[in-house]
Design a protein around this ligand. Structure first.
Ligand code: NAP
Length: 279
């Protein structure tokens, strides 16, 4: 029986990986969230990992509040960088594989063609800077790792899809940013990609997003269309929206490494959204 430690198990991805592996009888999950294992605590991480001796660690924990990170640099560095460092040290000491998840925010968003894994990161805000620091920690301390960079993630938890559906209950019109483009990605699809990689030796950094792209405003329109809502979307600029943290204007990732090295293909974002909406 292979044991897999999941951190941040109550988050969107944590829940999705549990569902993805639920029928695999050769896997035993050791699920943890901050109450059971605070990944920022090296002693606790070492203790649990040495006790469990896992086949792999899937790090689904993160400080994902993009605006909050701007006011909480220490907390963001601790969770997004020191946490993956601790897990990576423990993984290499016990021979476990390390699966870590990162973000499109490691790029500056000024490109005019999809970013590949070979493009140079240049994060603009606290979230992206601390997440890139986390990637570097994994590269420095884990012997065998997979880093999956995803974007615009939605699953079982707080996310854009749910926010739009909630807003549509009491609004005939919503104002949504139209000048940022990216690839909405369902946590289910990302969990399936992890399941494809985890038993292989195909290590490295992977872009891991659904195929196709849209603006947030177009994403909202599609959500309303699929939900049969009449809510009108008014596209506004990033400046008009006025969020605290900078957001990459162009956030499209090409799943280049997955395409170069595997047969695994992410679903188109419309199809993945449709599955999510029916679920
Ligand atoms: N959401 C997105 O749009 C998006 C986009 C690109 C990349 N990503 C990346 O994808 C991964 C999964 O994101 P997600 O949306 O599933 O995140 P999420 O829903 O915010 O879940 C993160 C989980 O980690 C927990 N956590 C926080 N601090 C912790 C600590 N010190 N120790 C252990 N657990 C802790 C959180 O608990 P609390 O809720 O109690 O804090 C939460 O349960 C993350 O690496 C994220 O950076 C997400």
């Amino acid at each position: 029986m292979k044991k897999i430690i999941v951190t941040g198990c109550n988050g969107q991805l944590g829940r999705a990986v549990n569902l993805e592996f639920q029928n695999n009888t050769e896997i035993e999950f050791v699920n943890t969230d901050v109450g059971e294992l605070d990944i920022t605590n090296i002693d606790k991480v070492m203790e649990l990992v040495k006790q469990v001796k896992p086949y792999a660690i899937i790090n689904c924990a993160a400080h994902t509040g993009v605006d909050a990170c701007e006011d909480e640099w220490d907390k963001a560095y601790k969770i997004n960088a020191i946490g993956p460092r601790n897990l990576s040290i423990a993984a290499s000491e016990t021979g476990a594989k390390m699966i870590h998840v990162s973000t499109d925010y490691v790029f500056n968003g000024k490109a005019d063609k999809p970013y590949t894994e070979f493009d140079k990161p240049d994060p603009q805000g606290a979230y992206g800077i601390t997440k890139l620091a986390g990637e570097n920690m994994v590269k420095d301390f884990a012997d065998r790792y997979f880093i999956l960079r995803t974007a615009w993630l939605y699953g079982d938890g707080k996310n854009f899809v749910k926010t739009m559906l909630r807003l549509s209950e009491s609004n005939d019109k919503v104002r949504v940013v139209g000048d940022q483009v990216g690839s909405p990605t369902s946590a289910k699809e990302l969990a399936a990609a992890i399941a494809q990689l985890i038993f292989t030796e195909n290590y490295g950094i992977f872009h891991a997003t659904c195929e196709g792209s849209c603006s947030w405003a177009q994403f909202a329109e599609e959500i309303f269309k699929m939900a049969g809502k009449k809510t009108v979307v008014e596209a506004i600029t990033t400046e008009e929206f006025g969020a605290k943290a900078p957001r990459p204007a162009y956030s499209i990732l090409e799943n280049y490494m997955l395409k170069l090295t595997t047969d695994y293909r992410f679903a188109d974002w419309h199809d993945a959204l449709s599955v999510y909406m029916k679920g």
